[in-house]
Design a protein around this ligand. Structure first.
Ligand SMILES: *Cc1c(COP(=O)(O)O)cnc(C)c1O
Length: 246
């Protein structure tokens, strides 16, 4: 496909997602502008990102720092782009995140928060972060356990530790529910994330808990109804992924 056709295709799909977001938001009395569409570029080559930028997209997400780095560098002179890290972060890749990402959405343990805090201090920056929560209890999932009373009280201790790190700035929560066939099945997990947000707002009013990053291509309309402020969309906008990532 030539570049113009690619841009047009991405622009159309982006527009469709925007319209669906607006419809879902208005349905529950939210403003469409309260939801940002983050476009997930994992496995996608630089040319696709180039086309996405030409189609008006500025907010991107990547799962693997090493895969993301050349893509971020390719567009480093573009003034309006924002890159979010949305995958599980290994400690030895943490420096790439501090140096090249705008937001780290997947803080899933205190140790990685401490490491990022140290590196952010070195780099003399403040890193905005979201805490990734596992609200389903699925064992294969990353994220702080947050599916019952017991795990939630442990979470409060962890949050206290992270709040004491001066070079990280908590902005909210992120989750990835189990994969279902029907989007309605994701709803209880989105509701759960919002309930934990309410709890943390009460318990730690000194921090900002505004962001809820939840919903993907298959279930974002439901996520928007339940309060998502960031939806993370890959295939519904960029089409099928190129190859499988590790
Ligand atoms: C890949 C990915 C997405 C996007 O998934 P799609 O089904 O392509 O929309 C969203 N969030 C995370 C954490 C991902 O890894």
């Amino acid at each position: 496909m030539n570049m113009d056709a690619l841009v047009q295709q991405i622009r159309n799909r982006y527009q469709q997602v925007k319209e669906q977001v607006a419809q879902s938001a208005l349905h529950v009395g939210r403003t469409p502008e309260s939801v940002r569409i983050l476009v997930v570029t994992k496995t996608q080559p630089v040319e696709i990102i180039q086309a996405a930028i030409q189609a008006g997209i500025t907010l991107f997400g990547e799962n693997y720092p090493e895969e993301a780095l050349p893509k971020i560098l390719a567009f480093r002179d573009h003034p309006f782009l924002e890159w979010h890290m949305i995958g599980h972060l290994q400690s030895r890749k943490a420096r790439i995140v501090v140096q090249h990402f705008d937001v780290m959405e997947t803080i899933d343990r205190v140790e990685i928060a401490e490491k990022l805090n140290r590196l952010a201090q070195e780099a003399q920056r403040c890193l905005p972060v979201l805490l990734e929560l596992n609200v389903s209890g699925e064992e294969s999932k990353f994220g702080f356990p947050a599916w019952n009373q017991e795990t939630l009280s442990l979470l409060e201790n962890e949050v206290e530790k992270i709040l004491s790190l001066p070079f990280l700035s908590i902005r909210g929560l992120m989750t990835m529910p189990p994969l279902f066939e029907h989007m309605e099945e994701s709803r209880p997990y989105f509701v759960k994330l919002r309930q934990v947000q309410d709890l943390l707002k009460k318990k730690f009013p000194q921090a900002c808990w505004d962001e809820l990053s939840m919903g993907t291509s298959v279930d974002y309309p439901v996520a928007v109804q339940e309060g998502a402020t960031i939806i993370r969309i890959g295939t519904a906008i960029l089409g099928p992924r190129r190859q499988k990532t590790v």
